[in-house]
Design a protein around this ligand. Structure first.
Ligand SMILES: Nc1ncnc2c1ncn2[C@@H]1O[C@H](COP(=O)(O)OP(=O)(O)OP(=O)(O)O)[C@@H](O)[C@H]1O
Length: 342
């Protein structure tokens, strides 16, 4: 459906996109993740035709669309600033794309009702957009982008301003809706949890380049670099040297999974890979802080200062969590230790 070949965009001295190659298959949902300024919005703007690349090509459904104007590309867009038409009511906004395609009035009305229900605004048809809250406007913008069922739907932070409960509900509903409609979706988000629920594949960007692309599970299980691991929120990363089934690290010798490539590398220890033991049986640590994270498992994050080596973040259940200030030992579970290349 979409292919980018070597797309480069510079603004003065800044390379917003640096020779980006990307493919999105029919019916696939791809989420672009990355820190602020990494090039995510520029990528969407290039695909939409709102930004001409300095180099490279944009292919849509097999056609070179690099120089085709936005309205002839067959892509639907929803931007962060979700500009609604202020003079139209909610129904008028959502039905806009359908009217442009000359959809029958009854079909259009049915679809608007269905979409407004989905975004949690079931009786908002007649409301003036100026009377809606920011989050409600965002939901109307989302319904408007979905209404004409474009070949490629592009969403820039589609759930950006919504509260957590609504986001969690909508993201699951969106996923189901995309599956049902067979939509092809390219979405930008800075929220990895949202991307992991929504996406068949995630693309992590850093400074205009793709740092890693893969299924959510692949990226989570095997971050390609220290940048990706830290972006995903993993902080237990150290220089190490692997020999056989263990590695020398600043925390001492720790076990690694069978088959881990030998030699110097960076190692990541997931917070779930640390188990508390008696001080004598593990790496002696002081509990510096404990933070209750909630969730189904009533999880707690412990910040540990080991006797030697950098701080460690550990995750454990509330009922097993030691108090701040306590001395404990920790043992490493090799299944949660990952070699990352750079
Ligand atoms: N029109 C522009 N003129 C000058 N620089 C720009 C322009 N648009 C983007 N940039 C720069 O290009 C880089 C990439 O910007 P972009 O908006 O694509 O990032 P982003 O990943 O979408 O960020 P955010 O998550 O903050 O929206 C940034 O350094 C930004 O300052």
């Amino acid at each position: 459906m979409l292919r980018l070949d070597g797309v480069t965009v510079s603004f003065g001295g800044v390379r917003a996109l640096d020779a980006v190659d990307l493919e999105v298959a029919d019916h696939e949902t791809v989420c672009v993740l990355g820190p602020s300024g990494s090039g995510k919005s520029t990528l969407l703007r290039v695909v939409a035709g709102l930004q001409q690349p300095d180099a490279g090509r944009v292919w849509l459904a097999g056609w070179d669309r690099t120089h085709v104007p936005p309205h002839k590309r067959g892509v639907g867009l929803m931007f962060q600033d979700h500009q609604l038409f202020p003079q139209r009511d909610v129904e008028g906004n959502v039905a806009f794309g359908l009217r442009m395609r000359h959809a029958a009035r009854a079909e259009s009305a049915e679809r608007v009702t269905e979409l407004l229900e989905m975004v949690g605004l079931p009786s908002a048809h007649r409301r003036a957009v100026a009377t809606l809250s920011g989050g409600e406007q965002q939901r109307v913008a989302l319904a408007r982008a979905l209404a004409p069922q474009p070949d490629l739907l592009m969403l820039d932070e589609p759930l950006g301003q919504l509260d957590r409960v609504l986001r969690e509900r909508l993201v699951v509903e969106l996923r189901a809706l995309f599956d049902r409609l067979g939509s092809t979706v390219l979405a930008v988000t800075h929220d990895q949890g949202e991307a992991f629920v929504l996406a068949d594949r995630v693309v992590v960007m850093n400074e205009g380049r793709i740092a890693q692309a893969g299924t959510p599970l692949e990226v989570w299980q095997k971050p390609a670099s220290e940048f990706v691991a830290r972006f995903l929120g993993f902080d237990n990363i150290v220089e190490a040297t692997v020999h056989g089934d263990s590695a020398d690290t600043p925390w001492g010798k720790i076990p690694v999974p069978e088959g881990t490539q030998a030699g110097p590398c960076k190692l990541l220890v997931r917070p779930t890979g640390l188990r508390t033991t008696s001080v004598e049986d593990g790496l002696p640590c002081t509990v510096e802080a404990r933070t209750f994270r909630g969730g189904d498992a009533a999880a707690v994050t412990l910040l540990l200062q080991p006797r030697h080596g950098p701080r460690l973040e550990a995750s454990c259940a509330l009922r097993e969590a030691p108090e701040a200030g306590t001395s404990i030992g920790v043992a490493f579970d090799e299944k949660e230790v990952v070699r990352i290349s750079t």
